[in-house]
Design a protein around this ligand. Structure first.
Ligand code: ATP
Ligand code: MG
Length: 574
């Protein structure tokens, strides 16, 4: 142990991480030797879509807590709904978990256990704990009662064990049509917990399964499959989201009736973020209806989407560990996630200069054919990243935003008569502006001061109030840059106006494409996935749509723009 670590009492290190009640449960179980000192967790996605940032929270908990205590984590696909599940989703989920930086110990599928689950169902029937019910779905709903009224027994509830065995085996053999019968656990139709009112264990479904093909035409329900799968894998701590809290008694009931390994279910709060939808079903709808370009559209909250957007696994892990877990659901600000992305990229992303909306700047007193190599710092946060040479010449591109013919108060960038610093180059002073017939500035003429080379203060000690970035026109590469805004324009995209779908909350301006941004030469061969800070603009990464000589960049996240804030501030009251 680190000797400088603060000590609460002799030998007890002070907890420095965000408190986590699940960690506390595990530590208690280790102390009492409940599971022989073992910690075994699992991450159990249903392969019915791509993983999203909410799943990242679960992954970080499942893998992170096990790692912390020298435990193991299985990846288990909860594949009990054959109609919605596909191999494509299985593959993407494995890729995403690896990308986040985790390694599973066992790789399992609930479908690995179909035979065992079937045997256990027979066992429960023989014990008088399960029966075949012929009620229709509507009738079952009616018999189930409500939160305030007890349910009623199905007329088929007291079938003999022999009849139940016969019917269940014939269900499996494919003798009955979909939906005509189910197998139910015989628990208590009057239980205050609706999940215990004889829940369905198996339904008939003549559907092709992505792994078991047509071997089965009955499939177990989530509640019947999940706990037993945990138990078979000797999972000690089975973490899931709060909506399963009311299912826990049922989870325990099956385990007790079968007398198998007692895995324990622990519930935590679901991650919700403003301006974001975290539901595979709704994300699938966005893909299917063409509102986005695919599951990995950089506006999507999927792990593949935010990966393509340029988010790093470190940033996501840091975010997940900082938010901790609780027992009540809430909604976090999207800005918080972005904060962690900026923080990580600030440490690691090389700086480059890029101009998104170019305005030509001509330095009238700079020699016509001269090119200088200016030394630019690659990353002020990381001296080891070194420097690079950036070509400078007489005609440059600067950002349209960095020039105002009539500068408002507090605007210190270029304007007629004003002097500014060109980053890593020289001080330039604006002499003249050339406009088109619409009155828009198309060319700015300046003079430069050779005594300010490198952007340094001249001998007379003259100061400038702004530094702007630039790209040499003759050396610039053209690029497409995709700017993203939130996919939804409402903080709570689920809340839509009466009678309208959540898609009515989509933000029509979530994607803005800039076709001819000008980038410094060093970016010509940047490989897809690489991330940069475009100085003063934000973090950007190379998209896989790039082609040789024609890079495409995604804006990962903007820098905080102080000017935008000043400009948007409401006018002061007189
Ligand atoms: P969705 O509604 O998006 O399909 P799900 O809960 O049905 O989500 P699963 O594939 O069953 O998705 O989830 C795998 C694991 O991830 C579960 O343990 C689930 O509780 C957890 N999980 C899913 N969404 C979130 C979220 N938003 N926050 C935290 N954990 C989540
Ligand atoms: Mg689900």
């Amino acid at each position: 142990m680190n000797a400088s670590q603060p000590q609460a009492e002799a030998g007890a290190p002070v907890e420095s991480r965000p408190s986590n009640f699940i960690r506390a449960i595990i530590m208690q179980d280790l102390k009492t030797n409940k599971y022989d000192g073992r910690v075994q967790t699992r991450f159990p996605p249903e392969p019915n879509g791509y993983l999203h940032i909410g799943h990242a929270k679960a992954i970080c908990l499942d893998f992170g807590l096990a790692d912390e205590f020298g435990g193991k984590t299985n990846l288990r696909f909860d594949d009990t709904n054959p109609e919605k599940e596909e191999q494509e989703y299985v593959d993407s989920i494995m890729e995403d978990v690896r990308w986040l930086g985790f390694h599973w110990d066992g790789l399992f599928y609930a479908s690995d256990y179909f035979d065992q689950l079937y045997e256990w169902a027979l066992q429960l029937i023989r014990a008088g704990k399960a029966y075949v019910d012929d009620l229709s779905a509507d009738e079952m709903r009616e018999y189930r009662g409500t939160l305030t009224q007890p349910g009623r027994d199905s007329p088929y509830r007291n079938r003999s064990i022999e009849e139940n065995l016969d019917l269940f085996q014939r269900m499996r053999a494919g003798e009955f049509r979909d939906g005509s019968r189910v197998l139910r656990a015989k628990i208590d139709m009057a239980s205050p917990n609706l999940n215990l009112r004889d829940p369905v264990m198996y339904r008939i479904l003549h559907a092709e399964h992505h792994r078991t093909g047509d071997k089965w035409c009955i499939y177990p329900m989530y509640d019947y499959a999940h706990g037993q799968s945990d138990s078979l894998e000797r999972v000690t701590h089975s973490m899931c989201t709060l909506e399963f809290e009311d299912h826990r008694p049922l989870y325990n009931w099956f385990i007790q009736q079968l007398g198998i390994f007692p895995s324990q279910q622990i519930e935590f709060d679901r991650l919700n973020l403003t301006y974001t939808l975290l539901s595979k079903r709704k994300l699938l709808q966005l893909v299917n209806e063409g509102h986005v370009r695919g599951w990995d559209d950089p506006r999507m909250p999927t792990l593949s989407g935010i990966r393509r957007r340029g988010y790093t696994p470190e940033a996501i892990r840091n975010f997940c560990s900082s938010i901790g877990v609780s027992k009540t659901n809430g909604t976090l600000e999207l800005a918080m996630l972005e904060h962690f992305v900026r923080e990580d990229l600030n440490q690691h992303a090389p700086r480059v200069m890029a101009v998104l909306r170019p305005l030509k700047l001509v330095i009238d007193n700079y020699p016509e054919n001269q090119v200088e190599e200016m030394e630019a710092v690659n990353n002020p946060e990381d001296p080891a990243a070194g420097t690079r040479k950036v070509p400078f010449s007489r005609v440059l591109h600067i950002e349209q935003d960095d020039f105002r013919e009539h500068p408002p108060k507090q605007y210190f960038r270029l304007s007629p008569g004003r002097e500014v610093r060109l980053r890593y180059a020289y001080f330039v002073k604006c002499k003249e502006v050339v406009k088109n017939e619409k009155g828009e500035a198309i060319e700015v003429h300046c003079t430069y001061d050779p005594a300010t080379r490198g952007g340094n203060t001249p001998p007379d000690g003259r100061k400038v109030k702004a530094t702007i970035h630039w790209v040499s026109a003759a050396h610039a590469i053209d690029a497409e840059v995709r700017l993203y805004d939130t996919l939804f324009s409402r903080a709570d995209p689920n809340q839509s106006q009466e009678g309208k779908e959540f898609t009515s909350n989509l933000n029509p301006d979530s994607l803005q494409v800039i076709n001819k941004a000008k980038l410094e030469t060093s970016l010509l061969n940047a490989s897809p996935g690489s991330r940069y800070q475009f100085e003063r603009l934000g973090y950007f990464c190379v998209d896989r749509d790039s082609s040789p000589g024609k890079p495409v960049f995604n804006r990962t996240v903007a820098l905080k723009d102080t000017w935008a804030k000043i400009e948007k501030r409401p006018p002061e009251k007189p």
